[in-house]
Design a protein around this ligand. Sequence first.
Ligand SMILES: *Cc1c(COP(=O)(O)O)cnc(C)c1O
Length: 397
Amino acid sequence: MFTDTEVMTKEKEDYMQVFARYPIVLDHGDGPYLYDTKGKKYLDFLAGIAVNVVGHNYKPLVDAISKQAAKLIHCSNLYYTEVQVEAAEKLKQLSGMDKVFFANSGAEANEGAIKLARKYTTTKNPEKYEIISAKHSFHGRTLATLTATGQDKYHQGLGPLPEGFSYVTYNDKEEIAKAISDKTCAVLLEAIQGEGGVYVPDDDYLPYVRELCDKHGALLIIDEIQAGMGRTGTFFGYEQFGIKADIVTLAKGLAGGVPIGAFMALNHIAEAFAPGDHGSTFGGNLLACAGACVVLDAMLTGGLLDNVNALGAYLKEKLQALQKKYPVLVKDVRGKGLILGMELSQPGRDIVNQCLDKGLIINCTAGNVLRFVPPLIITKAHVDEMISTLDSVLAKQ
Ligand SMILES: *Cc1c(COP(=O)(O)O)cnc(C)c1O
């Protein structure tokens, strides 16, 4: 057994130093609460970055993965398993997509989506391989997905990067109209930019991009890894804008915390993959699929989306009230459902630290945007508790 201090020093000695961690050692959770090793309680409005959608220690999830673990933890994709198909069926029902491939993470889901898009367009035209993505986007850390990520800081020192990627300003119709051409294989966008600072596009942006893609025979890939899984109040974030994607990617909340990723496509696109064109040892892992079934059921029959719509509106209203109360400090409140951001006129890190001291977990993205992506099961009482802590911290700035 290690003391907290030992855990923190040993982490520095043993673990590759790529994370800036907060100085607490977490032990367990319950609903929207986390507890550290000393028993201190934290209200979790980050949910492992939009992952723990049904909260912590959710009995149906714990039971489903325990039951599955006792049967089979892993099974090669050389064989059939029922739970994998159950997860796929539920996902099809919620998504309106035809076919799915299960991966293990968001980056892998996007990597697979890019491969599928390339395969689909380049078989007909080898020149049609260009991928357009947005500045300030985030798509993952594999070489292709970090290249698609339109932020220089993720590219430094890693070249040569894969070819054929270019970037446009998000929410700028003129720029994308100029950038797209008959060589465009796909446009890859988030329906709401998460890591980039919780940016919601104008209502007509995604419909316009959809039209441009159709005009140029390019595929529209929507990365729903953060904004999907019901977080905006509809299953996919892009449904808020009345469009359909050709390929869509999911991960984060899909199995409530068990590692999983997925990309889905319409049949005529999915058919571009033949046996052997893609694969994964762990993809479609049985624990992950058992977890996904529980989360998807919560959306299909458990009323989770209704809760997001009700609580999202309530949280936004309360955040806007704080904006009125602190008009100099708070520049903007934006987002949809339970993916909300509060843009500050100063860096957010101190505020995040002070909230942590007071038992509230939130985070800050893009330097000065406080991000709220709580478990989707929260109640008004949790929102009130969060707002009261945040208010007391903002008052001291
Ligand atoms: C988190 C995230 C990813 C990457 O997911 P990983 O599981 O960390 O690989 C990709 N796209 C978006 C929009 C994300 O928020």
